[in-house]
Design a protein around this ligand. Structure first.
Ligand code: AMP
Length: 220
């Protein structure tokens, strides 16, 4: 299935570990959309040791959210890059009602609209199991799971041969905290976007089946 992508300006909402990054990868493999993960953008700032990275790093390590305005400015800049012309996936953004309001302003300024908000709904037990077994490539950021989706060779990325590492905020304690942040601060967004008729919900756990459902919806 790879027709034309008719709904291409997208938000992916889901608890940490719900599969937002994995679905974004699946969509990006067949359509030229920009994958904008605010978590990846922030981790990059931390790695580069920028001022923003220093502010964000401590909060991220503790599983807390980075201030709304900082993330909005970062997303505003990112959305103006040419690879977003064919569509974009906002992965992990917005995460609070305030962020959704700021995003509305950014999109209005840039003359863009949202086509769909994909809500990936996964049970808490599955989330915690997934997060604590999740590893990702230090180099190309591909995501694996030591239990459900292991790489061919332990610790090595199938795609680029890079080293696989666990994120510091994927320890059980921090993962539980991040799940609570999702329910407290992010889940109200589902109702907000529902009221705008934008929500498409995925409950299928099988990645291939779920990816097909998603593609069918966005290509319709
Ligand atoms: P993620 O990779 O999306 O799970 O994000 C990792 C961490 O980055 C989060 O736990 C937050 O500390 C921070 N972060 C990512 N996206 C946002 C956002 N939209 N707003 C605030 N903090 C964020």
């Amino acid at each position: 299935m790879s027709g034309k992508l008719n709904k291409k300006n997208l938000i992916f909402i889901g608890a940490p570990g719900a599969g937002k990054g994995t679905f974004a990868g699946a969509l990006k493999a067949v359509h030229p959309v920009a994958h904008i993960s605010t978590g990846d953008l922030l981790r990059d700032e931390v790695k580069r040791g920028t001022e923003l990275g220093r502010t964000a790093g401590e909060l991220m390590k503790a599983g807390k959210l980075v201030p709304d305005q900082i993330v909005a400015d970062m997303v505003r800049a990112r959305l103006q890059q040419p690879d977003c012309d064919g569509g974009f996936i906002l992965d992990g953004y917005p995460r609070t009602i305030r962020q959704a309001e700021l995003l509305d302003e950014v999109l209005k300024d840039l003359g863009r609209t949202l086509d769909r908000v994909v809500y990936i709904k996964v049970a808490d037990e599955v989330i915690l199991q997934r997060l604590t077994a999740r590893v990702s490539c230090k180099n190309c950021k591909a995501i694996y799971n030591k239990i459900f989706m292991p790489p061919k060779q332990e610790g090595v990325c199938d795609a680029c041969g890079g080293e696989l590492i666990q994120r510091a905020d994927d320890s059980l304690e921090t993962a539980q905290g991040r799940l609570k942040v999702f329910y407290d601060q992010t889940s109200p967004l589902i109702e907000l976007y529902q009221s705008r008729g934008l929500i498409f919900e995925i409950t299928e756990l099988d990645l291939d089946k779920a990816s097909k459902q998603l593609l069918a919806e966005l290509e319709a």
